[in-house]
Design a protein around this ligand. Sequence first.
Ligand SMILES: [Zn+2]
Length: 200
Amino acid sequence: MKEREIMKIFHDCGALLEGHFLLTSGLHSNRYIQCAKVLQYPELATDLGADLAACFQDLQVDVVVGPALGGILVAQEVARWLKARALFTEREQGAMTLRRGFTVEQGERVLVVEDVVTTGSSTREVIQVVEGYGAEVVGIGALVDRHTGTLDFKVPFHALLRLEIATYSPESCPLCREGLSLVKPGSRQGKVEAGYSSSK
Ligand SMILES: [Zn+2]
């Protein structure tokens, strides 16, 4: 699929919202991405997994690993096409780890995947876990790359969609200045209680 078609899927599923959003970090943004809104449709998840898997098909991947929760379905769908195992890492007392009897063997070739790469920090944590088992990370994949600055990954990185998302501190948010109402994505009403917006 072309990036334009993938963008349309995200828009059509309501996974990519445009407006004025309050992020969990406290920053405001002009766009909000929620990959789960796309992945709720298994056929689309499988199609996107195929596209992402195609970027890594020559790397002889044994295992695809993603961080929970966002990376679980992505790992599953990419692994389906690469005929690899699909695992996920979880946090245990804050530390990223493989649980549930999951393991990777020394020398296995691992692809690390995420739904969205923002700073790359969770990806780097997964890499550390995998390398701790003596396995080799051979690539990194994501549905959406929305990072700013440098990611500094040492292996090939591919994302299906590259998104520019502007973030602002509440004090200097131009969307607040325009008086656009602030929305907290994922909350039931979506509206933010009074007091959050600096325009109040
Ligand atoms: Zn704002």
